[in-house]
Design a binder for this molecule. Structure first.
Ligand code: SF4
Length: 424
């Protein structure tokens, strides 16, 4: 089987000039990733070492979810700590002790750095080493940064996963790892298809528990489920694992090419591949037919937010007939998004980083039918009469894979429809 399809013959946007912008940006920080990671990793706890602002962010972002015992919290650094780092380490030790006494089910504890902990240069990696020694083998303590100084919102997941790679056990077997937190329903669908394709020893990263973590080694291959996992990709490669490059599994076409890239690596025959994917492909095509005619011809403008922008633009242009005007991404890692860039037809401005005022000017001038942006920009743009979609919803919702293709297109259609109704 060969990955080359007519879709990939021309090089699309792979050589398009990238408008690099460095200025004020409007994005959430990496702490946001805790909202979906804590649901996925059932024996983990995320302890943010931060200020009340960080606690408020987590509380409001997670506010819709009610848990008797949430698996995240904030060790508040008070002003006196910030002034002189007085007792910050001791305070952290005592908070960890109290937490682990009270919550014996915790097996992995993440100390998550924030702007305040970075400002006072609190060394969380050393604290994590010290606490691991104290609580081993029952609890493993790791650290990463979710600070807004260093990370945009999806980079928190990348930093978290990268922090775990060195703890993974070594293996000689040719396992496959699906890398990136997916909603359980999507993960199960992918695992089921891979099993039908005869691919064995498939694990997921992050795993639901510490004990079911994937193993890694030179015979292991991995495929990314999310495009924002650059540091994790490098860390896995440093452990010898091989990255299977592929377009991301959004829409019927993206999902098929993603699965095909995996199938090629494991020598799955074309007829088996066609047989296994035929029914879900047809379901995805049918679901998309119903909605793509409503999106077709409409224009879309992406502000940089999640790093999902390039694969999503490819989906919207190629499978829904939309016209991308600008595709902004906080960071463009061509080693990861090249297959999607190659497939994105020439035309849109591809921008990296942000200078929010000049980008807002470009957006207003372009008058797109739909703008994908962070929450902070959405309200003012809506007030100016523009239809917007919060990019954060695309990270929270099940959007990957065949069965979600129609829902994914629907997420983009809803704001356009609402705006059209308002006009009537
Ligand atoms: Fe704000 Fe920084 Fe805390 Fe994020 S880490 S909530 S940007 S103070």
């Amino acid at each position: 089987m060969n990955m080359t399809s007519s879709a990939r013959v021309n090089s699309g946007c792979s050589d398009a000039p990238i408008l690099k912008e460095r200025g004020q940006n409007e994005v959430f920080c990496g702490l946001t990733g805790i909202i979906w990671l804590h649901r996925k990793m059932q024996d983990a706890f995320f302890l943010v070492v931060g200020s009340r602002t960080c606690a408020h962010l987590l509380q409001s972002a997670a506010g819709v979810m009610i848990f008797a015992e949430p698996r995240f919290g904030t060790a508040i650094l008070e002003e006196k700590d910030l002034a002189g780092m007085a007792d910050a380490q001791e305070e952290l030790n005592s908070q960890v002790e109290k937490l682990l006494d009270r919550r014996p089910e915790i097996k992995q504890l993440f100390l998550v750095g924030s702007c305040p902990s970075e400002v006072i240069k609190l060394d969380l990696s050393r604290a994590a080493e010290r606490l691991t020694l104290k609580y081993a083998p029952k609890v493993r303590v790791l650290s990463y940064s979710g600070s807004g100084i260093e990370t945009t919102f999806t980079q928190g997941e990348d930093a978290c996963l990268a922090s775990m790679v060195n703890t993974l056990e070594k293996t000689e077997t040719p396992d496959l790892i699906l890398v990136g937190a997916l909603p359980d329903i999507v993960e199960d669908q992918f695992l089921c298809i891979l099993k039908e394709l005869g691919i064995e020893n498939v694990t997921t990263f992050p795993s639901k528990t510490k004990d079911s973590a994937p193993r890694v080694g030179e015979n292991v291959k991995f495929v990314l489920c999310q495009p924002f996992l650059g540091d994790t990709r490098e860390a896995l490669q440093d452990r010898g694992a091989i990255h299977i490059a592929a377009p991301f599994p959004f829409g019927e076409e993206g999902t098929t090419l993603w699965l095909k890239a995996i199938a090629n690596e494991y020598n799955v025959g074309l007829s088996l591949f066609e047989k296994v994917t035929e029914a879900p492909r047809n379901r995805a095509k049918k679901a998309l037919e119903g909605i793509s005619n409503k999106l077709s011809g409409k224009s879309v403008f992406f502000f940089p937010d999640s790093q999902l922008e390039i694969p999503l633009a490819r989906f919207l242009v190629r499978e829904c007939g939309m016209n991308a005007l600008e595709v902004g991404s906080p960071y463009i890692n061509k080693k990861i998004v090249m297959p999607d860039l190659e497939m994105l037809p020439n035309g849109p401005v591809i921008s990296e980083g942000q200078d929010v005022d000049s980008q807002l000017d470009r957006c207003r001038k372009a008058k797109p039918d739909l703008t994908i942006c962070g929450m902070g920009l959405a309200n003012p743009l809506e007030a100016e009469g523009m239809a917007t979609k919060w990019s954060i919803e695309l990270v929270f919702s099940p959007v990957h894979g065949y069965e979600q293709a129609g829902d994914l297109a629907g997420l983009f259609y809803r704001p356009i429809k609402r705006r059209e109704l308002l006009k009537v």
